[in-house]
Design a protein around this ligand. Structure first.
Ligand code: GN1
Ligand code: MG
Length: 361
């Protein structure tokens, strides 16, 4: 897209000042994100919403507006409130917070939070703070009365994800099932399917509630200040009703991995029990006000579930010919699958130690 067309889109929103430049920002795999510099008091974040993934943009923005409004009410009086919750900007000629361009693409704008940083890695101290912040995020939303929709229906439904992998294998669109290594991993993954689908069963039996969760709680979806304190949670597209396992588990998947999500060297990939301990201590401190015993005792399961689910999702995308996740090289989704599977096996070996720690809190 040209600089002119990006600037023209940004100018449709009720931003203060004139747009100077629009530059790419961040490293998300789904939306396209830009920083909008203005000559006014604020800079902004402009995002093109990925319509292939988020098919109901009005519902998505409704969720985000309800959540940010509710959090803003809870934080009323905090002098730093504008760095602790995102603010979405309406159009200049309507209260709507998204813009549909003539080519059908959807855009939105939020105020850029100043002096805020994202991190790809986490320390013991920031893991504790993040646990506290995530538990707090869920606690703040526990009394949200406005019903939220699922922006991606069945997003973290493990039964569905397993079915999608099964369909990908059957269709074999990219011919990748002819690789014995792929077939072996598929078989190994399915050998854990029953165990890893227990949340959906517990929900059907009435044992496990859905709550408003973030559902993409990666380290790089939080903003930190210069001192390393958590400011707020960003990337709210997937905020929706889900099991608390989503937030706990997906945070562990990224924060407690000693390697990268797509590490080529599996020797780097291990589950860090010390990060787990720090995060879960913070999380339990702020989430214990609403967690049920079933939710709490299944937090080690949540830590296992997310590397498992992510293996299934990356592997299905690889087998489908890379249609969902943005890739940087042809084998990228395969490398991601192997790295997530290595993490799964490492988390699994840590279940007794995790249980012991949670019992001690
Ligand atoms: C996607 O866009 P990003 O990187 O924040 C994905 C997550 C995956 C993650 C894996 C809507 O998130 O569910 O865990 O990639 N988001 C969506 O890196 O599918
Ligand atoms: Mg992100």
């Amino acid at each position: 897209m040209t600089q002119e067309s990006l600037q023209a889109i940004a100018a449709r929103f009720a931003i203060r000042g004139r747009v100077l430049t629009v530059q790419p920002l961040g490293s998300g795999l789904i939306n396209d994100t830009f920083k909008v510099e203005t000559d006014g008091p604020d800079d902004y974040v402009l995002q093109r919403i990925n319509r292939a993934i988020f098919q109901n943009v009005p519902l998505l923005q409704h969720n985000i507006e309800a959540v940010t409004r509710h959090i803003r009410e809870k934080l009323a009086g905090d002098p730093d409130i504008d760095r602790k919750v995102l603010r979405f900007i309406p159009l200049s000629d309507s209260p709507q917070t998204y813009f549909q361009a003539s080519d059908g693409t959807f855009w939105r704008v939020s105020v850029l939070i100043r002096d805020a940083y994202t991190h790809e890695a986490v320390t013991l101290e920031s893991a504790y703070d993040a646990g506290k912040a995530f538990g707090r995020f869920e606690a703040m939303l526990a009394d949200l009365e406005e019903p939220l929709g699922e922006t991606i229906p069945d997003f973290h439904n493990m039964e569905l994800r397993a079915r999608q992998l099964r369909e990908a294998v059957a269709a074999d669109k990219a011919g990748r099932m002819s690789d014995p290594a792929v077939r072996d991993l598929v078989e190994e993954v399915f050998s854990y399917e029953w165990e890893m689908c227990k949340a959906e069963r517990m929900h059907r039996e009435g044992l496990l509630p859905k709550r408003i969760c973030h559902c993409d709680t990666k380290v790089n979806n939080m903003l930190f200040d210069a001192d390393g304190n958590v400011l707020c949670v960003i990337d709210l597209d997937t905020v929706m009703p889900s099991f608390v396992f989503s937030d706990f588990g997906d945070f562990m998947r990224t924060a407690a991995n000693t390697g990268a999500e797509d590490d080529r060297d599996l020797g780097n990939v291990h589950f860090s029990l010390s990060i787990f301990k720090a995060f879960s201590k913070g999380y339990i401190e702020s989430a214990s006000v609403f967690l049920t015993p079933v939710e709490r005792e299944n937090l080690p399961f949540a830590a296992m579930l997310f590397p498992y689910m992510q293996t299934v999702r990356f592997l299905a995308d690889y087998i489908n010919g890379d249609t969902y996740y943005r890739i940087q090289y042809p084998q990228h989704n395969w490398i991601r699958s192997l790295a997530q599977w290595k993490l799964f096996t490492s988390v699994r070996a840590s279940v007794p130690a995790m249980k012991e720690w949670l019992d001690s809190l």
